[in-house]
Unconditional design. Structure first.
Length: 357
């Protein structure tokens, strides 16, 4: 059967009949559902009026499912394992906690850092966790045993962000010392140091194909690097205040999203550097994540809220309230049905799990 035509309001029933090339009984009321930009839309036939009306429903709204409150310090970093079963959280209490995503139970606590944990990342096979800390070290954990595999030294500042490529071969770290370091994840060998003279490196992200590294920098720029050679490919400018706190690639790698303290989220074309969308949050943005469908942006901000945005239009889809402190990190589950957020400040030391019905 051909796909239904796009509907902004209503179309004539006879046109629909012609499009589908089927006969629709005049006394039948049919309701079908589809997904448009991650939201459920009901397409409802009204035979008497001869119209098909598209209506947004609330079934795609995230609701608060659980609050996790075992940390004794603010939560600066969170990640969800590739199988969607485990949450990792890094805190100013110097620990990393592993949680069962389904029931919110605490599985284990990883201790070893001597200062706040600022970043965490899972390997593609989910067997390794990497953490970066204000203690200037990166730690690589074996999740099968729960033990520390090795510590990496070399940065002279805190490790604000870590990322692992899709092959599980390369680890990238961004630091307050103004450098980006590229490591062999399996051996711990330092392969390359990049020094862009952009101030603190606050966020790093690797494209899905493992070829391109994006960095969000204190000097308001976003830089793209060839991951294997370390060559600078291009630099994006457009943010206007203090720092770019977070960058994330869409699943196809063609688009990059950035969040800044200038209260905006920008959507960039990776190939040209053009700003495709300029979204005003009205609050400094500390973290951005992109849903697995590539259509939805989640942002965490200074107003203690998580917001969901349509990446193609910039429209605000939903605001999630409940944190009492700044939302420093957000992440989607692999199936897009769960969103997690971590907060720090104002006494909020929690992780919240938000789920679709």
């Amino acid at each position: 059967m051909p796909l239904l035509p796009r509907c902004a309001g209503s179309i004539g029933l006879r046109k629909l009949q012609n499009h589908l090339r089927v006969s629709i009984p005049l006394l039948v009321l049919a309701v079908v559902g589809t997904q448009i930009y991650g939201r459920t839309v009901a397409l409802e036939f009204h035979p008497k009026q001869g119209t098909l009306v598209a209506q947004n429903t609330s079934s795609a709204n995230f609701t608060l499912a659980k609050t996790l409150a075992e940390h004794t310090g603010g939560v600066a970093a969170i990640a969800i394992s590739p199988d969607g079963q485990t949450i990792a959280s890094g805190s100013s209490d110097t620990t990393i906690k592993l949680w069962n995503l389904d029931n919110g139970e605490l599985k284990s606590t990883l201790s070893g850092h001597k200062a706040p944990v600022l970043s965490v990342a899972f390997s593609p096979d989910g067997q390794t966790l990497v953490s970066g800390s204000s203690d200037k070290t990166i730690k690589i954990w074996n999740l099968r045993t729960g033990r520390l595999r090795r510590s990496l030294y070399g940065h002279s500042g805190g490790i604000y962000s870590v990322a692992i490529d899709s092959q599980g071969r390369t680890l990238v770290s961004g630091s307050g010392d103004g450098t980006i370091k590229i490591w062999n994840l399996r051996t711990g060998q330092l392969e390359r140091t990049l020094s862009p003279r952009s101030g603190m490196i606050l966020s790093v992200a690797i494209s899905p194909d493992g070829e391109t590294l994006a960095t969000g920098n204190q000097d308001l720029t976003i830089k793209l690097w060839h991951l294997r050679t370390g060559n600078l490919l291009r630099s994006f400018s457009g943010h206007t205040y203090y720092a770019v706190w977070s960058v994330a690639f869409t699943p196809d790698g063609k688009t990059l999203v950035s969040g800044s303290e200038d209260t905006t989220i920008k959507v960039w074309d990776v190939a040209s550097g053009e700003i495709l969308r300029d979204i005003t949050d009205r609050s400094p943005v500390f973290s951005v994540a992109i849903g697995p469908d590539g259509k939805t942006i989640a942002s965490g901000d200074k107003s203690n809220e998580v917001k969901l945005w349509n990446i193609n239009t910039g429209d605000l889809l939903q605001t999630l309230s409940g944190h009492a402190g700044q939302v420093r990190s957000v992440a989607f589950s692999p199936d897009g049905k769960t969103l997690i957020s971590g907060a720090s400040g104002a006494g909020d030391k929690t992780i919240k799990i938000w789920q679709l019905p």
